[in-house]
Design a protein around this ligand. Structure first.
Ligand SMILES: Cc1cc2nc3c(=O)[nH]c(=O)nc-3n(C[C@H](O)[C@H](O)[C@H](O)COP(=O)(O)OP(=O)(O)OC[C@H]3O[C@@H](n4cnc5c(N)ncnc54)[C@H](O)[C@@H]3O)c2cc1C
Length: 468
């Protein structure tokens, strides 16, 4: 490793390479999954695509594992250097290269923070819809690698829908540009679709061309309060049947609501058992009327109260209460297992019932919130015991497996938006059969034949024979 570090210093400059002599390197061995730390040997803080090329070439030539990293906000351990080696960070690649209102595109480096991009495009009357709750600190490169979703995905879709083109540095010492800048295009295979969501295991994105929309002129937000989470789910189902298409429909259960209040304060009234945060957008004219009709529809569907945000400040405070759920739950217990299963929309009420039954069956509190319009539920298992104790570890494994069994029984999927990474890798066979996994291994091997780029992620490990 010393030779590799020396070469990296020569190529990138010594201020762009962290080693085990630097305390700051520790930050590159953890992310928001709560796993680790997994110590890297060094971190290369790249600023240009050429530097990314150099790091990947060096890793390939020296058979050194290399793990791409954006802002490290991932929840499934995707950016953890589980085999040591180099962490390739894109956090310094922060340039918004272009915002073009005629073409409705933005071109950015991967380290641009999602919220910063949104602010920049909105200042020009444009709109970049993907809004992971982590948008204040996650990066576009990480969003593309994880195919991040967010509350607005119900109306606007996930990150994949907004990546038109990519430039990607490969282990083969090539840098490819693919995709397009046009709003339509079907030339050749859809390489963008293959790379988005590949969790940094195929290549490292060095530039992204993003689709923008005109900014919706008006937005209205309401909070509906329900006796139970299942009632909230039922009301949301009936809203859709009534023809409404809100841009967000976020559910929160009592544990989630109360924990935010305890840890950070909350505008949601005390005693609320379940709430839905619903937002509509569109032209100014007619939006108030649409909101009123929606409020009545929610009332009829069993809401005990409907509160409408009167101004931007109230809107922001309601959203803050939603965005703080994950971090508040993390702070409130000793250990949290956080899953983001997704079920077909029609099965959401049944899934909520099954999730609630886990709290009776296992010795853990369960908090549930999520993007109800998409059937994407964030299920959090809250544990106050030491998770490394064998019995606690066994129970945590059992409750997670049970959750996934329920999800599979309802024809859902293991992850709606966080990805598979390390935490869900070994559960993949619950959803995908051996042939499908084998084809995906071939696909990975095509881009990274030596298995050096973010090794050990997404696909379950193949058992080795005793001669290997
Ligand atoms: C409080 C909280 C709320 C969250 N809410 C949401 C949510 O609403 N929706 C959602 O989808 N996610 C959410 N997340 C998860 C996380 O923020 C997203 O997965 C995000 O996309 C990760 O971006 P990042 O820049 O932090 O990437 P990292 O965590 O650094 O990396 C994530 C993955 O991307 C790869 N990667 C990073 N950059 C590149 C690159 N340039 N090229 C190739 N691969 C790369 C890494 O190897 C890793 O596999 C949340 C996380 C937290 C902590």
């Amino acid at each position: 490793m010393p030779d590799i570090i020396e070469r990296l210093r020569q190529e990138l400059g010594s201020k762009s390479v962290l080693t085990r002599d630097d305390a700051a390197l520790e930050d590159y061995g953890v992310d928001e999954s709560g796993l680790g730390p997994y110590p890297a040997d060094c971190a290369a803080l790249c600023e240009t695509a050429e530097q990314v090329d150099i790091v990947l070439a060096l890793a390939n030539d020296t058979n050194t594992p290399v793990t791409p990293r954006g802002a490290g906000s991932g929840k499934v351990g995707g950016a953890l250097p589980i085999r040591g080696g180099i962490v390739l960070s894109t956090e310094r690649m922060q340039s918004i290269i272009e915002i073009n209102e005629d073409d409705l595109v933005a071109v950015v480096q991967p380290g641009v923070i999602t919220g910063d991009l949104q602010t920049a495009v909105e200042a020009q009357g444009l709109f970049y819809p993907p809004d992971p709750a982590s948008l204040e600190y996650c990066s576009i490169g990480g969003n593309a690698a994880a195919n991040a979703g967010g509350p607005r995905a119900f109306k606007y879709g996930v990150t994949r829908e907004y990546i038109l083109g990519m430039e990607v540095s490969l282990m083969s010492q090539e840098r490819l540009r693919f995709g397009r800048r046009t709003s339509k295009g079907v030339t050749g295979y859809d390489m963008v679709a293959g790379f988005v969501g590949s969790e940094g295991t195929f290549g490292v994105s060095t530039e992204l061309t993003l689709r923008l929309l005109p900014k919706p002129p008006a937005v209205q937000t309401l909070l509906a309060i329900f006796p139970t989470l299942a009632d909230a789910g039922t009301a949301i189902g009936s809203l859709l049947k009534d023809g409404f298409r809100p841009r967000t429909m976020e559910l929160m259960d009592k544990t989630a609501i109360d924990t935010v209040r305890e840890m950070n304060g909350s505008p949601i009234p005390p005693g609320t058992d379940a709430a839905a945060l619903i937002e509509i957008d569109g032209l100014e004219e007619g939006l108030d009327e649409a909101l009123m009709r929606m409020g009545m529809s929610i009332d009829e569907a069993g809401a005990t109260d409907v509160l409408v945000a009167q101004n931007d400040l109230e809107r922001r405070r309601l959203w803050q209460a939603r965005r703080l759920v994950s971090s508040s739950l993390t702070a409130a217990c000793r250990h949290k297992v956080s899953e983001d299963i997704c079920v077909p929309r029609g099965k959401m009420i049944e899934m909520i019932r099954r999730v609630e039954s886990l709290g009776d069956e296992f010795p853990f509190a369960v908090a549930c919130y999520g993007h109800a319009g998409d059937g994407n539920l964030h299920v959090n298992i809250l544990c106050d015991e030491d998770p490394t104790q064998p019995e606690v570890e066994r129970q945590l494994e059992a409750v997670t497996r049970k959750l996934f069994e329920h999800t599979m029984a309802l024809r859902g999927t293991l992850s709606g938006e966080h990805g598979i990474g390390l935490t869900k890798r070994d559960y993949m066979p619950m959803e995908q059969g051996p042939a499908l996994l084998a084809w995906q291994r071939k696909w990975k091997a095509m881009w990274d034949p030596k298995d050096l780029l973010n090794p050990g992620k997404v696909l379950p490990l193949v058992p080795r024979t005793c001669n290997e």
